[in-house]
Design a protein around this ligand. Structure first.
Ligand SMILES: C[S@@+](CC[C@H](N)C(=O)[O-])C[C@H]1O[C@@H](n2cnc3c(N)ncnc32)[C@H](O)[C@@H]1O
Length: 331
């Protein structure tokens, strides 16, 4: 089954994601590509473990979805997201039996190692989400990345490493076959947690069932009678930096549109929080008492994050600079 980020709970639970098989082992695969690993690997178990696959490529998501459906793997959830926010926000602490990474992008150029997935913070996050006895399983053809990942695991202080043979299914993936055709071998490492550090979940919530719910970020204000913007300049704000989250959030108000169906306007905002990005719409609609409601729209399935709340605040603040009088801030 394919899930959008907004279909998850934060954190979620195996019992909700896999209601028919909640007690089975739970495996996460990062960067599943066209999805060949899981049907091969699941077939080596008497009962297919529960599977969560995360991938940033939409084309791969669709290919893998078709492959898993054809294999009858109905206790499999696939999603299109960067791995870190999915693991941090969706997977509960101590829940996974394995995190599988087959042939991760090597980012071989000098100065690009910061883009690599298997760095110390990833190992700390994985250690926090693995059960005792669980492991990160890395298979790669790229010797230099392999050594890099082992050094990062050691630097994380939370992982021991063993060098073993890869699971046979890891040698059946698209990239495994590609490298095998070129006569290249693969290295395999099994990283097991020495400790399970607490890596906290962020403050994320699902969009409530009702738009009227006060948990939907909103503000109430009175616009000046003359308010009729004829142009809009892109507006960027940053905040939320903490020692644990030095990047914080960036909210960019990209544009403002006049709505024709309802009396008011809609703002388009781009919100970046680490690797997580969301495009959200924020409505400005007239209320019967003459005030206006600024409110995050349900459209597009937004997840309510500190950055999304901040975007509603940034729009409210901008309206204030245009002469609005803010009556209430609910974000
Ligand atoms: C070299 S391919 C390997 C694909 C597959 N595992 C295989 O062996 O055929 C690496 C995959 O990782 C995905 N990827 C890269 N960074 C990612 C991230 N941060 N989170 C999830 N997937 C990612 C890419 O889109 C790509 O499909």
């Amino acid at each position: 089954m394919i899930f959008r980020f907004s279909d998850f709970h934060f954190p979620d639970a195996a019992a909700r994601l896999y209601p028919h098989t909640p007690g089975r082992p739970w495996v996460l695969e990062v960067g599943f590509g066209d999805g060949r690993f899981w049907p091969h690997h699941a077939a080596t178990f008497p009962e297919a473990p529960n599977y969560l696959g995360v991938e940033i490529s939409g084309t791969s998501l669709l290919k893998a979805g078709r492959r898993l459906r054809a294999a009858g793997l109905d206790n499999a959830v696939l999603t299109k997201l960067p791995a870190a926010p999915l693991i941090r926000e969706v997977v509960p602490q101590g829940a996974l039996d394995a995190v599988v990474v087959n042939f991760p992008d090597p980012w071989p150029k000098a100065g690009h190692t910061g883009h690599r997935l298997l760095r110390a913070p990833f190992f700390q996050l994985a250690a926090s989400r693995l059960k005792p006895g669980g492991a990160v399983l890395l298979t790669t053809d790229h010797e230099e990345y392999f050594e890099f990942a082992c050094a990062e695991a050691a630097a994380s202080g939370v992982m021991a490493v063993e060098f073993t043979e890869p699971p046979p299914a890891a040698l059946e993936t698209k990239y495994a076959l590609k490298w095998r055709d070129l006569g290249l071998g693969a290295r395999h490492a099994r990283f097991t947690p020495l400790a399970h550090p607490a890596v906290p979940h962020g403050a994320l919530t699902r969009y409530p069932d009702s738009e009227e719910d006060p948990a939907v970020p909103h503000a109430i204000l009175t616009l000046p009678e003359t308010f009729a913007p004829q142009s809009f300049a892109k507006h960027t704000a940053r905040g939320g930096q903490t020692p644990e989250d030095p990047a914080g959030w960036t909210a960019v108000l990209l544009d403002l549109y006049r709505t024709l169906g309802k009396t008011g306007w809609t703002a388009l905002a781009h919100v970046v929080e680490g690797e997580l990005t969301q495009e959200v719409l924020i409505g400005i609609t007239a209320r019967e008492d003459g005030t206006h409601l600024v409110r995050l729209a349900r459209f597009g399935g937004p997840v309510i994050t500190p950055g999304v709340k901040a975007a509603v605040g940034v729009l409210t603040d901008w309206l204030e600079t245009q002469g609005a009088q803010v009556r209430h801030r609910g974000y």
